[in-house]
Design a protein around this ligand. Structure first.
Ligand SMILES: C[S@@+](CC[C@H](N)C(=O)[O-])C[C@H]1O[C@@H](n2cnc3c(N)ncnc32)[C@H](O)[C@@H]1O
Length: 435
């Protein structure tokens, strides 16, 4: 499974959840790697992961993991496999390879693997399959790292990060996969999982470090409440992904085609299970109406709150200072089928106030990667810190900061920090407990 650097642990946890939801057993616990997770399990799990994972980009089936000292070694490892048993000769294919080795460069590696696959077909069938660079049916992915070659077949096709709801765009939108993973990290998905229980119990964010700074102690447990605000929502990705988690909608459940359909390696009896797996996952989703009643139950019974007149208000709030961003967020939420769970509002961050005692704030402020922008942004990051401190007591806030310098301008002590890669940029996902 491939993912974004920094989301590996979330993906591993999500894989275990999807397996549990489909009553499938993993052969061993998921193993975390760099920008990926390794899993051993039944083929049905491969299909379920394609339909249900939010934090994965592709589900790959590894066919080679071996030592290789040279390109000739790579060729030998690839050629000796029975490629006609992996995909049929009438399928088009393409090899994508990466290498971290100075002597074995990616283009030469790609070519060598392609030749080895073609030669393997020729040896066994006297025919050769066609290479297609734009829209291949079969994608072979390879990685050369520290003298090891890994070759996999892609079972996904169009990456799982493309959810299909982004019909309107705005400044620098976050990737859907990344937004889903960041929201998961806040504890929101654990809360959503509990809300789906018959009688949801109070959910806490795992303990945070204690600090006696300023003579006060940061609470060691935070109760999670079903309120989430993105005060600079742009296209609304955080709120939409949070809403999809609330409904337990599986992002690719309705998708028509996946690359595994072109692979002979997937057993026929597994392909016959597709509808059963889909039905099983669909049965775990909840309706909008259910979501509202679960939230109401949680607030009344788990949190002991008295019913407020606004108890049926949308649990999510999208705000932005720019009306075009709000319009884009609304259109995207409608396309995702979750707009009824979100309230949309134009407003500047400095005017943000919270109407509940606690909740979750998630935000992705501008980064300023261009020269000169960072200086102007420093005061904005300071405004973020001041607003959180002044107007959001009792809440926990998570900020995706562009770098250490900008993070430092927030002026609050982060209770958690996680390095995350956003489109090649190393960012920080910072938690602030506002007390
Ligand atoms: C990097 S974009 C957020 C992208 C968003 N996460 C998405 O997925 O589309 C930053 C957003 O912050 C908004 N913004 C900038 N300054 C703001 C302010 N003072 N108050 C509220 N929003 C602001 C911008 O309009 C922009 O939509």
């Amino acid at each position: 499974m491939t993912t974004v650097h920094g989301l590996e642990e979330e993906l591993a946890a999500e894989i275990a959840e999807v397996a549990q939801d489909c009553r499938l057993t993993l052969d061993e616990p998921p193993r975390v790697a760099s920008a990926g997770v390794y899993v051993r399990g039944p083929w049905a799990l491969c299909l379920a992961m394609n339909f249900g994972l939010r934090c994965a980009s592709r589900i790959l089936c590894e066919v080679i993991e071996a030592d290789a000292r040279s390109l000739d070694d790579v060729y030998a490892q690839v050629e000796r496999l029975n490629w006609p048993s992996f995909f049929r000769i009438d399928k088009t294919f393409m090899v994508t390879a990466s290498s971290s080795d100075n002597f074995i460069k990616a283009p030469a590696l790609t070519l060598k693997i392609k030749d080895a696959i073609v030669d393997s077909f020729r040896r066994q069938t006297r025919e050769r399959p066609s290479v297609e660079k734009d829209a291949p049916q079969v994608r072979v992915m390879a990685r050369y790292h520290r003298g090891q070659i890994s070759v996999s077949l892609d079972t996904t096709g169009i990456p799982l990060s493309a959810r299909g709801y982004r019909v309107a765009s705005h400044d620098a939108p976050l990737g859907e996969l990344l937004a889903a993973g960041l929201v998961r990290m806040t504890g929101w998905s654990r809360l959503c999982r509990e809300l789906r229980q018959e009688k949801p119990q109070k959910v806490f964010f795992s303990r945070v470090s204690e600090s006696a700074k300023e003579g006060r102690k940061i609470p060691t447990q935070i109760t999670l409440t079903p309120e989430l605000i993105d005060p600079m929502c742009g296209t609304g990705t955080f709120a939409i992904e949070a809403a999809l988690q609330l409904l337990n909608r599986h992002p690719q459940l309705e998708r028509k085609h996946f690359a595994y359909e072109w692979l002979e390696i997937v057993p026929q009896h597994t392909l016959k299970q597709v509808e059963y797996i889909r039905r099983t996952l669909r049965a775990q989703e909840i309706s909008l109406l259910d979501a509202f009643s679960k939230i109401s139950f949680y607030k009344t019974h788990a949190l002991g709150q008295s019913q407020r007149p606004d108890s049926v208000a949308p649990p999510l709030l999208c705000r932005d200072k720019d009306v075009t961003a709000i319009a884009a967020a609304r259109r995207n939420a409608e396309a995702a089928g979750v707009s009824k769970l979100i309230y949309f509002e134009k407003g500047d961050l400095s005017q943000l106030t919270t109407t509940h005692d606690s909740g979750l704030l998630v935000m992705n402020p501008p980064y300023g990667v261009r020269l000169g922008e960072e200086e102007a942004l420093k005061s904005f990051y300071k405004l973020i810190g001041d607003t959180l401190k002044k107007n959001c007591r009792g809440w926990q806030a998570w900020v995706l900061a562009g770098n250490e310098t900008l993070a430092g301008q927030v002026g609050l002590r982060a209770t958690r920090r996680k390095k995350i890669f956003n489109g090649g940029l190393e960012c920080l996902w910072l938690q602030y407990v506002l007390f």
